[in-house]
Design a protein around this ligand. Structure first.
Ligand code: ATP
Length: 893
């Protein structure tokens, strides 16, 4: 669960100063983290700084503007600590970039030209400088920046720091940002950063920071700027550096004082440094957190590539070896293997069991070809090893496939495409929530608290001691070097081991996993309700698991209607091969419940001799389970283990934090909103009211608003009132007034379709249009069924595989061996599956996966609105509106 933090960043006359930097390899989502730290810092009354080019920027400090910036930044503020005042100043923004920055650095911008009043937090117009023309010439620019930083000792003037050379912003930026690495930023400087890939504030590898002298300089710069809170977003190296800086801090301060580089007062004021780590890394290689910022986006890029490769591989009956990133971590390789339905994966933590990996791999692929597969996909992590620690490379695998299996084989190395592109929905939400938690952690830190790293466990944002997380991460590499592979796996989060198990169960075709004949089950699989991304991936996993264990997978087509029509068919291993990537419902689904003809459904269960049932779907699917469980005493054929796997884009199944399909839907929403926003921005002052699906659940609208930076959000849970509308209109007017002399922005309002019966999307849009007058215009867009998404997202596919594995294990655990079955009449006597526990939904609750019996779900359900009574995301709406600026301008309701 998430709650809004409440700590204050110092007092109005002595605000705390929070700085944020990104370091090491860049990853998608770093910009969202920076935005969250900056905006939440300002919202809490702090001054916010960005440090450009990672540790390098902190070591360098500001060569040209050091004094000026420091004194400008100390200008008294008008903002109250609890109120995030919007900082965009009309006359300031209207200046051409060169004058804007010059004005800022000379302190001229600290007074409003019209009113003569001091501003709120200063805006340097920095965000615009970086964003204008972003994306042009990135590669050479990045290389040039590295060279400039590391070789010449001079700050780079290349395009990566000042993108868009040739544009006004870029050209001016080259001149004016030179020598400024530590920059005070305002609210609007991070506007629109959510959807940008990479890191807009720059990153680098900094050899100087590895030395004490470098860290001494870094400490001196922090003290000179008065910065006492530092958020670092990077991989394990960057966070090791952070911990080192914090550990050495007292001695660094002492040395600076002895060398008279700081005053006694400064030494006393800055006796402690608060540091927090945010893990930005595409490899997802950090221990003690399930996910790192950027990992899921990299998985998106890999899956897009492999999905494309798959069709051509199939056409030509080829084999493809795909090399993905991951030096000591096989997460990308493994998860991509699950999400794309690959045949074999190589990961550093778990090399093939036998020393002769060639034979082991060929045996698996041969078996797949024997049952009729036309394509073979092998994914190899760049750090893959054999049992004797010899590297396994793509070309080695290719040679084996050609020589031993005679397969026409190609190698594809995905390289830096994996880093690129815009962040997926999760890599906007996760860094936002973690960035907010980072600010809270910094503000509540005391000299005795350790430095924390912000992590996530299932759906719980966690704080873990930074040192411990870094040590455990490094221990994985050490365990691999010592050939202790089980230990290496044990250091990864439990999800990793479970995913590996899921992959093996879905890709292995041999006898070793089969259960004895008397334990083999006939497992019915049914889809109920609306289609959702991941339903087919879950079905594939269930079928593959059944085949691996010797059970019989029986697909019930077209829901309970289909069952009544006897539309039941055994599925084969090969039949479901491509199902991970397919959207919709391959089995067919509808909303009919079993009570349409309960006797008929029970008879069908009996005639097909189901020993267990997997029900995949949303609220209706759970309702179906409830109906059958309640009827167990009258219909013995329901006295079998039954498991419900939540799958619905509305995410309205009570108790579970996530349903399959909700991530796919959020990604469909951000794609649509990014396009809409572009159009809205082109017309400058346009507000778009975007209507989402979701029934009586505001999940998609709320998380969607958080992910796209929507300024307002309407949900069925909160409804819409006249008073609320009045305040929202007031906010938009104030916001556009602040823009009026500068560059106006398109803005998004996300509205759940059932937020209000009266204030429909059309009515709302008309009200905004009418009230906006000359300030802003309003349009609407309804996303409708597009939100069911096309291809399911990698997160939904992999979550489907992992949760289905658990469901199948649940069914086995609660099933009674068929050979022990008495005739149906006597079943009560022998079956354990008649207990309430044996009919359950699999739920993600905070950091745990829990099988919730029907009665527990019922207790948590709002049956009228078909949703849960409690939702973990309810505070996210307030967070979205706070980070969107509404709270700062018109306050909370
Ligand atoms: P990635 O996951 O992309 O490799 P990373 O943060 O692990 O990211 P590194 O190159 O290991 O990347 O580290 C980035 C920077 O952090 C280094 O250039 C250096 O400035 C600093 N750093 C790394 N390790 C240490 C250390 N042991 N002591 C001090 N600083 C360090």
């Amino acid at each position: 669960a998430f709650t809004l933090p409440g700590a204050q960043g110092g007092s109005a006359d002595k605000p705390k100063k929070i700085a944020v930097l990104t370091s090491g390899g860049d990853s998608a989502g770093m910009n969202a983290a920076v935005r969250a730290v900056v905006r939440m810092g300002i919202a809490r009354g702090c001054h916010a700084y960005i440090i450009r080019e990672g540790w390098e920027g902190l070591v360098r400090g500001n060569t040209e503007y050091h004094e000026t910036v420091a004194s400008t930044a100390n200008t008294p503020q008008t903002s109250q600590p609890a109120t995030p005042a919007l900082s965009r100043n009309a006359s300031f923004a209207a200046l051409p970039p060169s004058q804007r920055l010059a004005a800022a650095t000379k302190g001229a911008s600290s007074r409003n030209r019209k009113s003569g009043q001091p501003y709120g937090p200063l805006t340097f117009g920095f965000g615009d400088l970086l964003k204008d023309g972003a994306g042009e010439g990135e590669d050479e620019a990045g290389a040039a920046a590295d060279l400039a930083l590391h070789q010449s000792g001079e700050p780079s003037t290349s395009g990566s720091e000042y993108p868009g050379s040739g544009t006004a912003g870029g050209a001016d930026g080259q001149k004016t940002l030179k020598g400024m690495y530590i920059v005070r930023v305002g609210w609007d400087d991070v506007r629109g950063w959510m959807g940008e890939g990479g890191t807009l504030i720059g990153s680098s590898r900094c050899p100087a920071f590895r030395t004490r002298e470098g860290r001494l300089k870094a400490a001196e710069n922090l003290i000179h700027f008065g910065i006492d809170c530092l958020a670092v977003c990077g991989g394990d190296g960057s966070l090791t550096g952070a911990d080192k800086l914090r550990g050495e801090w007292p001695s660094l301060v002492k040395e600076l004082l002895e060398k008279k580089r700081i005053t006694k007062d400064q030494a006393e004021t800055f006796a402690h440094l608060n540091i927090v780590g945010l893990v930005g890394s595409i490899d997802n290689d950090m221990a003690m957190t399930d996910l790192t910022i950027g990992g899921i986006t990299a998985l998106h890029r890999i899956c897009e590539a492999i999905d494309s490769i798959s069709s051509t591989a199939s056409s030509h009956s080829r084999a493809f070896v795909v090399e993905v990133m991951g030096r000591h971590c096989g997460w990308l390789s493994l998860l991509a293997g699950i999400a794309t339905g690959a045949d074999y994966v190589f990961i550093p933590e778990q090399p093939p069991k036998s020393a002769r990996w060639e034979e082991e791999m060929c045996e698996v692929l041969r078996a797949h070809r024997r049952v009729g597969k036309r394509k073979s996909i092998v994914i190899v992590a760049e750090g893959a090893l054999d049992r004797n620690l010899n590297p396994i490379k793509g070309e080695d695998i290719k040679d084996v496939l050609v020589k031993q299996l005679g397969l026409d084989t190609r190698v594809t190395t995905l390289g830096h495409t994996q880093r690129g592109g815009k962040p997926c929905a999760w890599d906007r939400i996760l860094p936002t929530v973690q960035g907010v938690e980072a600010v809270e952690t910094l503000l509540s830190a005391t000299p005795t608290t350790p430095s924390y790293m912000i992590g996530i466990s299932e759906n719980k944002i966690t704080r873990v001691p930074l040192l411990e997380a870094v040590a455990q991460t490094q221990a994985v590499a050490t365990a691999i070097e010592a050939k202790d592979f089980d230990k290496a796996i044990s250091y990864r989060d439990p999800e990793f081991a479970e995913s590996l198990q899921a992959f093996i169960a879905s890709s292995t075709l041999d006898e070793r996993f089969k259960v004895p004949q008397e334990k083999r089950l006939r497992v019915g699989i049914i889809h109920v309700g609306a289609p959702a991304g991941g339903m087919n991936a879950a079905t594939r996993q269930a079928v593959r698991y059944c085949v691996a264990r010797g059970h019989t997978p029986l697909a019930i087509h077209n829901g309970f209607e289909g069952l009544l029509e006897d539309n039941v068919q055994e599925l084969s291993w090969l039949r479901v091969d491509n199902w991970t990537t397919r959207g919709g419902s391959e089995l067919g689904t509808n909303r009919t419940l079993p009570d349409a003809n309960l006797g008929g459904v029970a008879a069908a269960f009996q005639s097909h001799a189901f020993d267990a049932l997997l029900i995949i779907g949303g609220f209706e699917a759970w309702h179906a389970l409830q109906i059958m469980e309640t009827a167990r005493s009258n219909y013995p054929s329901f006295q079998i283990p039954m498991c419900h796997l939540p799958a619905t884009l509305s995410n309205n199944v009570p108790l579970t934090d996530f349903s399959l399909g909700s991530d796919t839907s959020l990604n469909a929403l951000i794609d649509a909103c990014d396009a809409i926003k572009q159009s809205a921005s082109a017309s400058r002052n346009r507000v778009f009211v975007v209507e989402t699906q979701g029934g009586m659940s505001g999940y998609i609208a709320t998380l969607g608003a958080l992910a796209v930076g929507g300024v307002l959000c309407y949900t069925p849970e909160d409804g819409i009132s006249l008073d609320l509308l009045r305040k929202d209109v007031e906010f938009l007017k104030k916001r556009y007034e602040l823009d009026a002399h500068g560059k106006s922005e398109g803005r998004l309002v996300i509205k759940s379709e059932k937020s209000s019966k009266v204030y429909t999307t059309e009515v709302l849009t008309n009200i905004l249009k009418e009230e906006g007058k000359d300030l802003f215009d309003a349009r609407s867009a309804s996303l409708g069924h597009t939100l069911q998404g096309g291809t399911p997202s990698p997160l939904d596919r992999t979550r489907a595989a992992r949760l289905t594995l658990r469901c199948m294990q649940f069914l086995e655990e609660h099933a009674v061996s068929p050979s022990l079955k008495a005739p149906y009449k006597g079943r009560n006597k022998v079956l354990t599956s008649n207990t309430p526990k044996s009919a359950a939904s699999i739920t993600i609750q905070g950091s745990q996966i829990i099988f919730a019996p029907v009665a527990d779900v019922l207790k948590a359900a709002d049956m009228k609105n078909r949703t849960g009574k409690e939702t973990w995301w309810k505070d996210m709406k307030a967070l979205a509106e706070l980070l969107g600026g509404r709270t700062g301008l018109v306050g909370n309701d």
